[in-house]
Design a protein around this ligand. Structure first.
Ligand code: ZN
Ligand code: ZN
Length: 425
């Protein structure tokens, strides 16, 4: 039998990894300048952590988790998202002890057993950012600024930032009642799931992807007409900070999340470019979550970026950079030269340059062909005669110019050349 990746899983091949590395490098660089530290929680947690944080009745928990039982029958789950793990670590290690505001990020794979569709995978990757210990609104503006800065640096165009306020435990119940009445009046146009949700947790109807439900939601009462004074002040201040930073935004009252611990700020960054799956990043404030998971009553806000979608956008916008070849390819002809070349390649590599050689003991023509295929910038040819005279032939593969150089001090010479070239390009 032939082994292949399992359904919904994919290899990220070397060609594509370039883009992933660029994304990760830029993210780390920008997060660092905003004072965020990296955390790497394990990929597997107790099942209960997710059912308690994400919610038993969500699709994620009820249908999509990869769960297995350990030898004692305890449920273990591959993380479907990162927030729960980061919050768990914050509580477990009392990360708040030395610093009242903790700013963390993590980058890695998540697992959800969803129906595979274009651009969606069962192992997918996220960049996840969490700020714990500050009630906002300045930290709300900062995380939004963080994600928008990353997208600007990555040169992504046609993105729009949508923001909303979800109110708080003081003002949301009144909205929930009005919404419930509205949904009851329109019950006939809702999908079966939403008809149930309209009773149990009407805010979750906003999460439904079914077209008919989306139409109903568009004309639903706006939460912004119900938020209390404190929530309104928080939301206005957030907008002022965004304006101060020249970040354009759209107020979108349909951007609602259905879980109780969400509060106030919710936001999403959307693109028109990837069809219907249009959110590339989303997040919000979760002031009740840390307490709900057994920690202190600390507020929090965070977001996640879907890396597959971002990589797709990055590749769409940019031309692939031509592959960079080795700085030098060493051709050794004959047993003695071959042995010397092996040692020199090692020395050149230790100096930080990329050096390659032929793995066989083939002739000049075959070795030159390999150097060409690898797109080596320079080739050094050393045979019996060159060994005896202490001078090798250095060929510039772009200009085809050849010169004789001393084999003594070879590494220094190649380093000088590489630096000069770097200055020219
Ligand atoms: Zn409120
Ligand atoms: Zn629905």
């Amino acid at each position: 039998m032939e082994f292949t990746t399992i359904k919904g899983f994919k290899d990220i091949l070397p060609d594509e990894v370039q883009t992933w590395q660029r994304l990760e490098a830029e993210a780390r660089r920008i997060f660092f300048s905003f004072g965020y530290q990296e955390i790497r929680p394990p990929l597997m947690e107790m099942t209960e952590l997710f059912s308690r944080s994400i919610g038993e009745e969500t699709d994620i928990v009820s249908k999509e988790m990869y769960t297995l039982a350990d030898s004692k029958g305890k449920g273990l789950t591959l993380r479907p998202e990162a927030t729960a793990s980061v919050v768990r670590a914050y509580i477990q290690h009392r990360l708040y002890q030395n610093n009242p505001v903790v700013k963390l990020f993590t980058i890695g794979p998540m697992f959800r057993h969803e129906r595979p569709q274009k651009g969606r995978f069962r192992q997918f990757h996220q960049i996840d950012v969490e700020v714990m210990g500050d009630p906002g609104p300045r930290s709300d503006a900062e995380v939004i600024l963080l994600v928008m800065t990353l997208f600007r640096v990555l040169d992504l165009a046609d993105l729009s930032l949508h923001i909303n306020s979800l109110g708080c435990p003081a003002c949301r119940p009144a909205f929930r009642e009005q919404l419930k009445n509205y949904l009851a009046r329109n019950s006939g146009s809702l999908c079966a799931d939403c008809q149930r949700r309209a009773e149990t947790n009407p805010l979750r109807v906003f999460d439904c992807k079914v077209e008919g439900c989306r139409d109903i939601v568009r004309d639903a009462p706006s939460i912004l007409s119900y938020i209390c004074e404190a929530c309104a002040a928080h939301f206005t201040a957030l907008q002022n900070y965004l304006e101060e930073s020249k970040i354009a935004f759209v107020i979108d009252a349909t951007l609602v999340r259905g879980l109780d611990y969400y509060a106030r700020t919710a936001f999403e960054v959307q693109t028109e470019k990837l069809g219907s799956q249009n959110a590339v990043a989303g997040g919000g404030r979760y002031d009740g979550l840390i307490r709900q998971l057994g920690g202190p009553d600390h507020p929090g806000i965070g977001f996640a970026i879907g890396m597959e979608r971002l990589v797709a956008l990055m590749e769409e916008g940019s031309e692939k950079k031509p592959a960079q070849g080795p700085d030098v390819f060493l051709v050794g002809l004959g047993e003695a030269a071959g042995k010397k070349v092996f040692g020199w390649v090692d020395e050149i590599r230790r100096s930080g340059l990329w050096a390659e050689m032929d793995y066989g003991s083939r002739g000049l023509k075959a070795q030159m062909k390999t150097a060409d295929r690898l797109q080596a910038r320079k080739v050094l040819i050393v045979g019996e005669n060159e060994l005896a005279s202490g001078r090798g032939v250095l060929r510039d593969m772009a200009t085809k110019a050849q010169e004789e150089i001393a084999l003594q001090g070879l590494v220094e010479r190649l380093k000088r050349d590489a630096e000069a070239e770097k200055l020219r390009s």
